[in-house]
Design a protein. Structure first.
Length: 251
């Protein structure tokens, strides 16, 4: 099965994009999830042959993962930054970057079980050593100085107690920790699972594009005009394989 999903990256809102552009050392890859518990996790700092992408359901509380399914991820582009990205303005349709196609290899029954399959290394921009990927949230932050594996406050967007997005500099450490704990509570209460994946390749080209210069530009017409929703879309094999090809072959 092919599944099409969207995620919020640094190009999804103008203020996020502006911050990422200004602080490249804090946000080296624009086309990754902007949250402290990056889900989907693309393992951007690993060598291609060593990447272990992971989907943990933190965003949509999804846990019905099946080995062999292919999840295709796109991210919406804020129309106000299209000119800066040198992209033609498509007035009547949302515009997306095609970012990744992940094939599920193994399903873990819990976030904690998944964490045991990973060893400490660099999974996120900072800190540069964490015990497991950031989208495994099975430990409460509590009174700790910081969450065990989450992205540093200066390299993520958090939502405050009124569900307003805050860029770094506008958010406090307590708000950052509170946002992480929301994810922890969600996975605990819903017994979320995790799916380890591999990046789909075509002709030795990975279907993974982490920057705005290489990712293909997509619209709803690329999946037959269907409107994306929170739970994503099930795609036919023809549409799914075509999208994988667009991502893998773009430069």
């Amino acid at each position: 099965m092919y599944k099409l999903l969207t995620f919020e990256s640094w190009v999804t809102r103008n203020t996020w994009y502006t911050y990422a552009k200004k602080f490249v050392e804090r946000v080296p890859y624009m086309l990754v999830d902007r949250s402290p518990c990056t889900d989907p996790f693309f393992d951007p700092f690993a060598f291609s042959s060593e990447r272990r992408p992971l989907i943990s359901g933190l965003c949509r509380a999804r846990k019905n993962f099946n080995v062999g399914d292919i999840y295709i991820y796109v991210t919406r582009i804020d129309k106000s930054i299209l000119k800066d990205l040198d992209i033609a303005n498509i007035i009547y349709s949302p515009t997306y970057f095609g970012v990744a196609a992940l094939r599920i290899k193994k399903v873990y029954d819990s976030h904690e079980e998944a964490s045991l399959a990973f060893t400490p290394r660099r999974y996120i921009v900072y800190p540069n050593l964490t015990p497991y990927p950031p989208n495994l949230a099975f430990n409460s932050c509590g009174s700790k100085v910081s969450p065990e594996a989450a992205v540093d406050k200066d390299s993520c967007i958090i939502f405050d107690e009124k569900r307003r997005p805050r860029i770094p500099g506008e958010s406090s450490v307590d708000q950052w920790k509170a946002h992480y704990n929301e994810y922890y509570i969600r996975q605990r209460n819903r017994s979320l699972r995790a799916a380890e994946c591999e990046i789909v390749s075509l002709d030795d080209k990975e279907a993974l594009k982490l920057d705005t210069h290489s990712a293909p530009i997509l619209t709803n017409n690329d999946w037959d005009g269907m409107q994306l929703n929170v739970q994503g879309l099930n795609l036919t094999d023809d549409v799914g394989s075509r999208l994988v090809g667009r991502i893998a072959k773009s430069e």
